[in-house]
Design a protein around this ligand. Sequence first.
Ligand code: N01
Length: 551
Amino acid sequence: MTEIQRDATPVAKSYDVIVVGAGFAGMYLLHRLRGLGLSARVFEQGSGVGGTWYWNRYPGARCDIESMQYSYSFSDELQQQWEWTERFAAQPEILKYANHVADRFNLRPDIQFNTRVSSAVFDESTDRWTVATDDGKHYSAQHVIMATGSLSNARTPDFKGLASFKGKTYHTGHWPHEGVDFTGLRVGVIGTGSSAIQSIPVIAEQAKHVTVFQRTPNFSIPARNHDLTAEYQKSWKDDYPELRRRAREESRNGVVGAMPTKGALEDTPDDRKKVYDEEWERGGLHFMASYNNLALDKTANDTAAEYVRGKIAEIVKDPKVATLLQPTTYPIGTKRICLDTEYYETFNRGNVTLIDIRNAPIEAMTPNGLITGGSEHEFDAIVFATGFDAMTGSFAKVDIRGRAGLTLKSKWAEGPKTYLGLMVAGFPNLFFITGPGSPSVLSNMIVSIEQHVDWITACLSHLREKGIGTMEATKTAEEDWVAHVNEVAYKTLYPQADSWYMGANVPGKPRVFMPYIGGVHIYRQICNKVAAGDYKGFAMTPQKQVATAAE
Ligand code: N01
């Protein structure tokens, strides 16, 4: 018998679980679902695994979490055998790792590449989801898990005349797989976020001239990337069980590092400078953990911000350019802090120009370039390093309909609402990996991914055991969680910035602080407590006895 969807398109196949996305979340999820004996299909838009690391191939792309920590922990053999070459792995190495994992665990047979999921519709008569793909096929599943990533919907602003530009255009988040040769070209780069900060120094080494269009300067800390020694790797591998435990259970952001015990104002200015000097020399995101109150107390935060502004003034030779590069309109760290290799130094090159578009926005693109401040700038190529419709953008691309035809889009019209970032009231059996309302982008993503996958798969196992047909967040639990996420966020300085955490980079997007800032350690405890308390805050109904699909 073939299951028929309401629009009468026959269902091609039925599964226990459909997973959307074959990045680090989708891959681990598939491995665990197989372990439970569940039938699962992963649909992936790209032609390969790796998610973010599949799409973001721009020059200089590199992780800002150290390699020994930005890696799966679920398989001890994998973590013991894989050799990382650099402190911060570059995109090709991370993609190689993703491919290695796919091969090692034989994941590919259950992943359907080059297939975009266009809709997911819940059928209340069968308690099953019908998932449509862009090749016109329909599939049925009891559970759908969105493993679509938090930064996967690359965004090119709707500049007037965009299509008229005769040169080549690129988005850092959709970089051509064959690479780009900028030799001898005049290149415009729009944006100065992490992607721009990593790519500009590399593009400038190749191009004839690079013009950077900056709306808001960013704080960036030197990465001080270097090769990893065998001894250093061994020290991690010998102690992995304990170090991974600390990342999961003791750290705020899923990264093991010295925990500050002091506030910035407890030190004298001289001692503080020594602390910041040491962090600056060491390089890396730990700079923001120099003191324990940089995200909480504006006066403390000002000391770190002022230190970095001072560094920019020391590095950049032209004082006017240095001033433009110094962020002054938001506390340091409240927009995602960047790591760089010679970003500020690049502005000392003769072939790099910085244009401030804060007060003179890009008016239009033209056949030869773009116009700002009444002048036309001519280019052979333009790079959009303009970011993503973050956290909710990848869900918005799929037409998701829950009970009574309610669309996720309308449910989230005023900002995302979830319970624990995992589920949404009115959308039974639909799970989100690192969704809004969970620590996600504020953490080492792999730590958060593993935690969500482990929680969800344990939950699915529980549902099977108890013969439960549907599970969904209750409205009350969802409202309480959204209020808690907000309350915690507004105790920090984060909401003071116009950041993509707040949805502020997308015109018209509601201003809501989307990730949960309470820390991965606390969040894990909350999730575990909910599961141990018989999934408090979730409503469940028994399994329906309905005929489901045959092949
Ligand atoms: O994007 P972004 P990204 N006119 O949104 C500007 C992760 N990541 O791709 O700040 C002119 O940060 C925009 O200006 P403004 C990381 O979490 C990690 O760089 O909105 N300019 C901004 O300068 C990161 O935070 C790694 O005023 C416009 C830039 O474009 C996240 O991805 C590496 C504009 C966008 O910056 C996103 O980073 C790379 C307009 N209309 C990325 N619209 C690592 O692991 C936007 N801009 C190291």
